[in-house]
Every structure is written in structure tokens, then in C-alpha cells.
Design a protein around this ligand. Structure first.
Ligand SMILES: Cc1ncc(COP(=O)(O)O)c(C=O)c1O
Length: 382
């Protein structure tokens, strides 16, 4: 297998050197990435300042760093800084959107088959009806069919999960956003697996994500962004406790929050910007390709979407009846390799069986993939 190539401008070994070495082979960034030492230090330093100065004084003193974070995240998400609200998770962001964006009762939400299952549940709880939009064979939205649908029978909302959780699939979000914009139908985007992974400044009306995956920020921090043309339509919970002249998305921000985590995210985002989002995306794409190539050689497993997949998430399905939950546990306990067993609830409209998910970050090496391949063969022998 090929060793490091120079498709990227930065050195993944420097990325690895910024992190504490761990006792496991971590191939699970789609669950939660490994934060850098600078991210851990920024988080811990703020927690310490909270203890020394009082939490609210510490927060006041961090005003400039937090404003820098808002502006960095706004740049990544492609909105004005006033459109960004920090919350606790991607799910919390979607809940805030659903609570504040007026939508007709029993309205239809256009989705595609690979949609993240808990999002479908959130729509149904809000009494919205998910309806399926046309895709290509791989599950990517068919933009020409979308344009036609928007012209003839538009849903109240289109929702796309930019990068799927359970397999290596990215949606053509920028093209879908342009189609939705010209039809006047809002597009919301779940970028939980996309932020820090691919370009997410796509022109969608709302986009939300989490700190802890590909950005390798702390847990417990999520981001929500609303494009400026939609601020006025938000029905937000204003409070006399807050100044009355903030942009509407500010009222969606959680005020009792993991502020130390936000400081950690500020450090993680700075590192990501210094590495270069395009360079990181190119390297992650290469890592995914190398992973799929190596795992295609492992007997007893089939790579999902070997041809159509992109990005650094790889799914493999058991070809000889293996129990994916047991394999995941054996990989961890016996081989000290961290992966995820994806159950069909992650994407109930298309998954029929569990997959094993492998999601290395930019520091993945050919040796690491050989170790995984050997471990899978060993686990199969049992
Ligand atoms: C595509 C996708 N959307 C949403 C989420 C939920 O994110 P959170 O746990 O931050 O709410 C995840 C988490 O894995 C995800 O993969």
C-alpha cells in the first residue's frame, strides 16, 4: 500500500505530535476525535480560571477569545457572526431550530434515504412528515429531480445530512442549497459529520454541527448557524434577562453552558484553520480511500460503497454472519482498536443490518490499517 503521499500541504505527523499518545489505535473520529494538547489545555485553563475568579468573571475575561471563535465558526459555516449560536450538541441545535422556525402543522420535510435516524424522530415528534426525495444509486440527492419537485410539489422544508454517519457518503449540499434558494424553500443541513471534514459553507438557510468529531474539539459543545435572510422569521424565546437588540439567533444560544469547552473549541478551530481546511479535507479523502482499499482485501467483510464512497468514513458489512457488536468489542478488548458498531437505527430508511464503522483522522498510517486488517482476520477466526 502507498505510504504518505503529498496531496496535502501540511504534515499529518505534526497533527499527531500535537496529541498525547494513547494506549489504543483510535479509528473512531466519527464518534469523537482526539483533541490536541492545546485544546485540552485551553479547556482546563478556563475551568481553573472559573474556580479562581468566579465563573462569570472568567467568562468576561474570555470575551475576545469567544468572539474570535464566533467569527471563525461563522466563516466555516458561511454565515455572519451574528447568525451563530453555541449550544450543547448537534441534536440540541436541531431542537432549537425546530422550536423557533415557524413551519406549517403536518408540514412535509424532504429528506433522502441516508438521513440520520434521530433527526427523523425529531421531525416526527414535532409532527412534521418526512418525505423521501429522489437520489442517485449511491444515495446522493438528485438535484435536477429536486428542482422539479420544488417547482411542482414543494415540501415545507428540505433537510440534508451533509456527510452520513454510517457510511462514506457526502451530499451535494451547495447545489441543493442553490435549488432551494431559488424556489424559496428553506434548506437545513446537519453538518455533524461534515464540519472539520469537508467544506460546509454551502449557502443553506440553517446548518448545525458538533465540536467533538472531525474538529476534535471538546464534547458538550454544538454550533447552530442561521443565514441572515432567515433571522427575521425565527420565533425566538426573548428574555428580559438579555439585551433586546441582539440578532435573533443569539436567543437560541444556551447561556448556562460548558464555557470551558467553548474555549477548547476555539483552540481546536485555530489549529484546524492553521492546517488549512482544504488540506485537511484532501488528506481525509485520501485516508478514506486508503482505508477502503486495504479493507477490501480482508476476507469475510465487504466494503460498503467501495466505488461511490468519499471522505474518511468507511463502513464494512459482515459477509459471513459475524456479530458486529461482538467484533467491535473484541477489537477493543483484544486488539486495543477503537471503532463503532453502527446499528440500523442510525439510518433506518436504508440500513438493513449493522455495519462496522472505521473513521481514522489525518494521522492514519498504512501500518495502522494493516493492524486493523490483521485484527479483523483474527477476530473472524474465533
Ligand atoms: C450525522 C449526525 N447527525 C447528528 C448527530 C448527533 O450529534 P450530537 O450527538 O452532537 O447531538 C450525529 C452523531 O453522531 C451524527 O453522526
Amino acid at each position: 500500500m502507498a505510504a504518505w503521499t503529498d496531496v496535502t500541504a501540511f504534515d499529518p505527523r505534526a497533527w499527531a505530535a500535537r496529541r498525547a499518545p494513547g494506549p489504543v489505535l483510535h479509528l473512531d473520529s466519527a464518534a469523537a476525535g482526539r483533541p490536541s494538547l492545546a485544546t485540552l489545555e485551553a479547556t482546563a485553563a478556563h475551568a481553573r480560571r472559573e474556580a479562581e475568579l468566579g465563573a462569570y468573571v472568567a467568562q468576561e475575561r474570555a470575551t475576545d477569545v469567544l468572539a474570535g471563535l464566533r467569527s471563525d465558526v461563522a466563516g466555516l459555516l458561511g454565515v455572519a457572526p451574528g447568525g451563530v449560536a453555541f449550544v450543547e450538541s448537534a441534536s440540541a441545535a436541531l431542537a432549537a431550530l425546530l422550536a423557533s422556525w415557524p413551519l406549517p402543522a403536518d408540514g412535509r420535510v424532504g429528506v433522502v434515504g441516508p438521513e440520520w435516524g434521530p433527526n427523523l424522530e425529531a421531525f416526527e415528534r414535532r409532527r412534521l412528515r418526512p418525505v423521501e426525495l429522489a437520489t442517485d444509486e449511491a444515495g446522493r440527492i438528485d438535484v435536477a429531480a429536486l428542482e422539479q419537485r420544488l417547482a411542482t410539489d414543494p415540501p415545507a422544508l428540505v433537510h440534508l445530512t451533509h456527510v452520513a454517519s454510517h457510511r462514506g457518503l457526502a451530499q451535494p449540499v451547495a447545489a441543493a442549497a442553490a435549488a432551494c434558494r431559488s424556489a424559496g424553500v428553506p434548506l437545513w443541513v446537519d453538518a455533524a459529520q461534515a464540519i472539520g471534514h469537508v467544506d460546509i459553507a454551502t449557502g443553506a438557510d440553517a446548518v448545525y454541527a458538533t465540536s467533538r468529531k472531525w474538529l476534535t474539539g471538546p464534547r458538550g459543545v454544538g454550533v447552530l448557524a442561521v443565514a441572515e435572510q432567515s433571522w427575521d422569521r425565527l420565533d425566538v424565546p426573548r428574555s428580559a434577562m438579555l439585551s433586546s437588540d441582539l440578532p435573533a439567533p443569539a436567543y437560541l444560544e444556551s447561556h448556562e453552558a460548558h464555557v470551558a469547552g467553548r474555549l477548547g473549541l476555539a483552540a481546536a478551530v485555530r489549529e484546524y484553520l492553521a492546517d488549512g481546511p482544504d488540506a485537511v479535507a484532501a488528506r481525509l479523502d485520501e485516508v478514506g480511500r486508503l482505508t477502503r482499499e486495504r479493507l477490501a482485501e480482508v476476507p469475510g467483510w465487504t466494503v460498503v460503497d467501495q466505488q461511490a464512497a468519499s471522505g474518511a468514513i468507511t463502513a464494512i458489512r459482515p459477509a459471513s454472519g459475524q456479530d458486529v457488536l461482538a467484533v467491535r468489542a473484541r477489537l477493543l478488548e483484544t486488539h486495543r482498536i477503537v471503532t463503532t458498531a453502527c446499528l440500523p437505527a442510525r439510518a433506518p430508511r436504508e440500513m438493513r443490518e449493522p455495519y462496522l464503522r472505521i473513521s481514522p483522522h489525518v494521522d492514519c498510517t498504512p501500518d495502522a490499517l494493516d493492524r486493523l486488517a490483521d485484527a479483523l482476520a483474527d477476530v473472524d477466526d474465533v
